[in-house]
Write a new protein. Structure first.
Lengths: 114, 114
């Protein structure tokens, strides 16, 4: 669900290690999920998406996993690089809306240790 | 290719003054359009979305309004700004993808109300 009032949690990862960013959703009817990356002072950028009829989808260095049983979504970044430092948001299509209404989660700030 | 233009990049306005932020999309027809607001270090709050000319859905009751006078133009307005209107305003458009509908964001407007 939407948590726009919360301060962003932070994940600190050693450069070269894998990063795992987690997200929980509340509506079991949600059928489409997206991960976005937002660098400081910029608009969010699309990373990867997944439909509820899938449990895994891979991109370049990124993998999204969907566990519908526990309503959990994760983004895995392989071999984390300094350029991966950003805030990462999960988002979902609101299944209760007749139009394409996309709701964002609270976000996680990823910082990279050299 | 599709592009989204949002201006101005930064804006400083006194309390009680009017506001007009404009967003235009090129290279696509009949996009869904969105306005989000982001407080410093926080998540994204959906303010308005539009599925067509003159069709506006409001998510958060407040002193802001939105209009869509043309297919690819989305305007965010206020008659009298409040201090609490300060934030990072993002326009976005969406297009159906192979998996679902994804958002593309503008570069944002940093609004400071003093």
């Amino acid at each position: 669900g939407e948590s726009v009032g919360l301060h962003l949690p932070t994940l600190s990862v050693q450069e070269g290690d894998n990063s795992i960013i987690n997200c929980a959703y509340s509506n079991s009817a949600s059928d489409y999920f997206i991960w976005y990356k937002q660098e400081s002072g910029k608009g969010p950028q699309f990373i990867i998406d997944i439909r509820s009829n899938m449990d895994k989808r891979q991109g370049q260095r990124v993998t999204v996993l969907l566990n519908k049983t526990v309503k959990h979504l994760s983004l895995q970044i392989a071999a984390t690089q300094p350029g991966d430092s950003a805030v990462y948001f999960c988002a979902e299509n609101d299944p209760d809306s007749s139009a394409s209404k996309i709701i964002f989660g609270s976000g996680t700030r990823l910082s990279i240790r050299p | 290719s599709q592009t989204i233009h949002q201006w101005p990049a930064t804006l400083v306005q006194p309390v009680g003054s009017p506001l007009s932020l404009e967003c235009t999309v090129e290279g696509t027809s009949n996009p869904n359009l969105y306005w989000y607001r982001q407080a410093a270090g926080r998540g994204l709050q959906l303010l308005f979305y539009s599925v067509g000319i003159g069709q506006i859905s409001s998510e958060v009751p407040q002193n802001l309004s939105a209009s869509r006078p043309q297919d690819r133009q989305f305007i965010l307005s206020s008659k009298k700004l409040l201090l609490s209107d300060s934030g990072f305003y993002l326009c976005a458009w969406s297009v159906p993808g192979p998996v679902g509908e994804k958002l593309f964001f503008g570069s944002g407007t940093q609004l400071s109300v003093l």
